[in-house]
Design a protein around this ligand. Structure first.
Ligand code: ADP
Length: 424
């Protein structure tokens, strides 16, 4: 789907660039043609007037002086030609022109009914070469006002035609090259933009599939228990297991919800001032029954009070995740320590345990969503691999850092460093 969007983007971008090029070059071409055409037409007009004046003078003197000059004219020059007619007889043709072309033009001028002062476009083929002309005509009158002849003036428009053709070909080549270039550049930039979208899309897809997988497992376990319950009337162990599964699922869904809310790993924090020590005390109290259940000794090292400015709810969630992990991954009769240490403009929250520890190869992955170290995965299905990724987002959003030191079989220490904005 993303590839389709990319293709569409590139096509639209290329189409826009091509249209713009066509408009710019087309406009230039149109203006150029208009300007050249105007200058040729003006010259032709002046030339016609001059020729008519000369022809009228010549008529007064006597029209018998025929002057024909039939050398080869240059097809590549915008030269002008003139023809004076008395009836169907040419009495003067002043410019150089080849004989074949001369005859063909003469026939054309005699056969067609031209209007005065109008510009006509004519083309004549001579010796396999096509000539293009602009033509104008004016009648000659004698002293009684009787039409006695015609004066034709022609401008060789062939060079203009040729250069126009060359211009069009050149422009088409330039536009094709630029369009190709625009396509490649568009493809490159769209590819770069789409790459990021693709990464996010893939992450999102993996997240949804992992989440649904994680939800499906406890659901099928619950279903199995319900089926068992249907068969056995009184079974407190089954309801206990069901309760655990439901608790696990609600933990997962609340973590999922937080992660889903954190659009692009961002959370909206609501800062407030609170006593961090009291907040930590509350969390520890919530764990007291599980501490005693597992006979864990808990060493607490905190100041009496520590005013802190942060999102209290998120900090509580962070403490909950870290202490919950320490409890989960520490066997019975071991020790957990929880410390809060103000250090200048920073505050350190350190949670250590004497638990199973984390293998070197797992350390770099434990903050990834749904990642669980092999050992923890094998233990039971208490964890879901979401806690630490959420913890990391919370810490980062508070502009802090989280570090872990761990040794397999000996225990782990999580250190969260947060800036203390109240002291800065
Ligand atoms: P989970 O719900 O599986 O605990 P987390 O994201 O909180 O998910 O932790 C990811 C993994 O990191 C855990 O599955 C576990 O392998 C490892 N881990 C986290 N905390 C500890 C700890 N205190 N001791 C040992 N392993 C831990």
């Amino acid at each position: 789907m993303i590839e389709k969007i990319k293709r569409k983007l590139v096509h639209k971008y290329t189409a826009v660039i091509t249209s713009m090029l066509l408009i710019v070059f087309g406009g230039c071409y149109y203006m150029y043609r208009q300007m050249v055409a105007k200058s040729i037409n003006d010259t032709l007009n002046d030339y016609l007037r001059e020729e008519v004046r000369e022809a009228e003078e010549a008529l007064n003197i006597g029209p018998n002086k025929i002057q024909l000059n039939l050398d080869d004219a240059d097809i590549n020059a915008i030269n002008h030609f003139t023809f004076w007619f008395m009836g169907d007889k040419i009495i003067s043709s002043q410019e150089t022109i080849n004989k074949d072309l001369f005859e063909k033009l003469k026939q054309r001028m005699l056969s067609k009914n031209y209007q005065e002062d109008t510009i006509y476009y004519e083309n004549v083929k001579s010796h396999k070469v096509k000539w293009y002309f602009k033509l104008m005509m004016k009648r000659l009158y004698d002293e009684h006002g009787k039409a006695v002849g015609k004066v034709f003036v022609l401008a060789n428009n062939t060079p203009m035609k040729h250069s126009s053709k060359q211009y069009v070909v050149l422009i088409l080549v330039v536009i094709s090259v630029l369009t190709g270039l625009a396509y490649l550049v568009g493809n490159y930039f769209a590819g770069r933009a789409v790459k990021q979208i693709n990464i996010m899309f893939e992450k999102q897809k993996r997240f949804v599939s992992d989440a649904s997988h994680e939800l499906r497992t406890p659901l099928s376990v619950l279903l199995a228990y319900v089926e068992l319950l249907e068969k056995q009337k009184n079974s407190p162990e089954i309801t206990e297991e069901m309760k655990n599964e439901i608790l696990g699922m609600s933990k997962l869904t609340s973590n999922l919800l937080e992660l889903a809310r954190s659009d692009n790993n961002r959370l909206t924090l609501e800062y407030e001032q609170f006593d961090l020590v009291a907040k930590t005390g509350q969390v520890i109290k919530n764990f007291s029954s599980i501490f005693s259940q597992k006979r864990l000794s808990v060493a607490i090292d905190m100041p009496r009070r520590l005013d802190f400015y942060a999102d209290a709810g998120m900090i509580k969630q962070l403490l909950y995740i870290l202490i919950d992990n320490a409890v989960k991954y520490t066997p019975e009769n071991k020790k957990i320590s929880i410390s809060i240490i103000p250090e200048g403009k920073k505050i350190k929250i350190i949670i250590c345990d004497e638990g199973i520890g984390i293998a070197e190869k797992d350390l770099k992955h434990i903050f990834e969503r749904f990642y669980r170290a092999e050992k923890s995965r094998n233990r039971n299905n208490e964890g879901l691999g979401l806690g630490l990724s959420l913890a990391e987002i919370i810490v980062k959003e508070h502009k802090g850092s989280i570090e872990v030191k761990s040794e397999l079989g000996k225990g782990s220490c999580f250190t969260v460093t947060l800036p203390d904005s109240l002291t800065t």
